[in-house]
Design a protein around this ligand. Structure first.
Ligand code: AKG
Ligand code: FE2
Length: 242
C-alpha cells in the first residue's frame, strides 16, 4: 500500500526554517514524495464525499454533510447564495467552499479506518509533526486537526486572521493538492495582506506544496471565477501547542 504522507527526503529544513523565521510563513514545495502526493490527490479528488461550509457573517459558520447538502431544495440554495453575496456586498465576513471535515469524521466514526482517517493519523505522527516543529521553530506543537477543502468556481474565503480559532492554535497549514497547472487568472490564491490591505504574498494553487503560517495574520482565499476548472483541492487545519 502506498503511504499517503511520505515526506520528500531531500527537503532543506534549515533554509525553510530560516524563511519561516524571517516572514512568519513559508511554502514547502514538493513536501511529499511524488508517489505519495499522487495517492493523496486521488483520495481527496476521487474519494471525498464533499459537503459544504459557508458563512454569511452575521451568524455562525455552517457546515453541511454531502447528504445534507444534496437534500437542500433549490430555493434554499438560492437563499444561501444570496445571503453570502449580501454579506460580501457590505462589510460582513463570508465564505463558501466544499469541505469534508476529516477530524469530525474521525471522531464520529463516519468511515473508520478509511483513507481520510489515515491522513489525519499521519499528520499527527512524528515525521510530519517534526517537520512542522522544525520549520516553525515551535517544538511544543503537539497535534493538528484537518479538513479537506475544494474551492470550486464561485467560491472564496474572505479576508480574516484565524483569530477565531482556539487558544494555542499557533500554525495554520494548507497542503495544496491542485493537479492542474493553475492559471493565475483562476483565482483561489492564498493571499496575505499588510495593514494597508496590500497583498504581501500570494501562493498559487499547486501540487504537493505545504504552506505554513503563524496566526493570527490577515489572509484570504481569493474568489475563484466561473471559468476556472474544478481543481483547487487541499487539506488544511491548525497545529496547536495545547
Ligand atoms: O485554503 C487556504 O488556502 C486557506 C484556508 C484558511 O485560511 C482557513 O481555513 O482559515
Ligand atoms: Fe484562515
Amino acid at each position: 500500500m502506498i503511504e499517503l504522507l511520505a515526506l520528500n527526503p531531500s527537503l532543506d529544513r534549515t533554509a525553510l526554517a530560516a524563511q519561516f523565521a524571517a516572514d512568519g510563513r513559508v511554502q514547502i514545495r514538493d513536501v511529499l514524495t511524488d508517489v505519495s502526493a499522487r495517492a493523496l490527490h486521488r483520495v481527496i479528488a476521487e474519494q471525498t464525499p464533499w459537503g459544504i461550509a459557508y458563512d454569511v457573517g452575521t451568524d455562525k459558520p455552517v457546515g453541511l454533510t454531502a447528504a445534507e447538502f444534496a437534500a437542500l431544495d433549490p430555493a434554499r440554495r438560492t437563499a444561501i447564495r444570496e445571503a453570502i453575496e449580501q454579506a460580501m456586498r457590505g462589510r460582513d465576513y463570508g465564505f463558501s467552499y466544499a469541505r469534508y471535515p476529516i477530524l469530525d469524521a474521525y471522531l464520529q466514526h463516519w468511515a473508520p479506518g478509511g483513507p481520510h482517517d489515515i491522513v489525519l493519523e499521519h499528520i499527527n505522527d512524528a515525521p510530519f509533526l517534526d517537520l512542522v516543529r522544525g520549520v516553525t521553530g515551535m517544538p511544543d506543537l503537539r497535534k493538528a486537526d484537518a479538513q479537506a477543502t475544494l474551492f470550486a468556481p464561485g467560491q472564496f474565503l474572505a479576508e480574516h486572521s484565524d483569530s477565531h480559532v482556539g487558544e494555542g492554535w499557533r500554525i495554520a497549514y494548507v497542503l495544496s493538492l491542485c493537479a492542474v497547472d493553475w492559471r493565475p487568472d483562476w483565482g483561489g490564491y492564498l493571499q496575505f495582506f499588510d495593514d494597508d490591505g496590500d497583498i504581501v504574498a500570494g501562493y498559487r494553487p499547486r501540487f504537493n506544496a505545504l504552506s505554513l503560517f503563524a496566526v493570527p495574520r490577515p489572509h484570504a482565499v481569493s474568489y475563484v471565477p466561473p471559468f476556472a476548472p474544478v481543481g483547487r483541492y487541499s487539506i488544511t487545519g491548525w497545529f496547536r501547542d495545547r
